[in-house]
Design a protein around this ligand. Structure first.
Ligand SMILES: [Cu+2]
Length: 253
């Protein structure tokens, strides 16, 4: 439904859209009913010549029902929303499907950088591929990410994946996603993190297995890495000085 306005490109984007739609429908229904009733009351009991106003305490049973019945109905809607929300939360945040690939995401003022596990599938080994501003992933593959912040609180948000996760300094926060559609999608920081917050953008590039294999080969081969940055084997990053946000990125000690 919301796909018409924002592409859904992960396995859980639909369930989040359904939840948002359920909330909008229930809240929208009560908005129309409550406002309609309010305006009807204003019109029905408007000032009339010669008719004195009544003083109503609202203590009588038949008057109290105007409060209690809608109250119960709204609570029933709340329960419906809570059940839906808990189901989606369990699926997206509490359960981690087995990882096929692992990446580390670094947030810092004001850029995103990434550490792909490389061909051996293990982080912090010699074949890791580091990028700034661009995360390359394979379509239909379950990725676990380790999210860390190098300075302040940031939030890793990929709207098309319906993914949002805060990055908290001093903590490594795990999460997952599985992209379903090749393409290029925006990454935004969604926590105010300083003067450059609004330019703290990145891209996630979802590739077919062939495209991804080509990228791994180009970005990860020792020759390419060595040529780009002779220090690349000492756990330093590739030279990505042309990448967006590179001026803010620094090599981790
Ligand atoms: Cu930020």
């Amino acid at each position: 439904m919301l796909e018409r306005f924002l592409t859904g490109a992960s396995t859980y984007s639909q369930s989040i859209d359904h939840l948002i739609f359920l909330i909008a429908a229930l809240v929208g229904f009560w908005l129309v009913v409550a406002e309609g009733f309010l305006f009807w009351l204003i019109f029905r009991f408007r000032h009339r010549e010669g008719q004195p106003s009544q003083y109503i305490t609202g203590e009588e049973k038949h008057l109290k029902r105007w409060i209690t019945i809608p109250h119960m109905l709204v609570i029933a809607c709340d329960v419906l929303i809570i059940v839906g929300a808990v189901k989606v939360w369990m699926n997206v945040k509490q359960t981690m499907p087995p990882a096929e690939q692992t990446v580390r995401v670094y947030a810092q003022q004001w850029a995103w950088s990434f550490q792909d596990a490389g061909p051996d599938g293990m982080l912090d080994t010699g074949d890791d591929i580091r990028t700034v501003g661009e995360l390359h992933v394979k379509v239909n593959t379950t990725y676990h990410f380790e999210l860390v912040s190098r300075d302040v609180v940031h939030s890793f948000c990929v709207p098309s994946f319906r993914l949002k996760q805060d990055a908290v300094p001093g903590r490594t926060i795990a999460g997952w996603f599985r992209a379903t559609r090749p393409g290029t999608y925006d990454i935004q920081c969604t926590q105010m993190c300083g003067i450059g917050h609004s330019v703290m953008a990145g891209r996630v590039i979802v590739e077919t297995p062939e495209q991804h294999a080509r990228w791994v080969q180009a970005a990860g081969s020792p020759y390419t890495a060595q040529a780009a940055n002779p220090a690349s084997h000492t756990h330093a990053s590739l030279d990505l000085s042309t990448a967006p946000g590179a001026e803010f990125a620094e090599v981790r000690p």
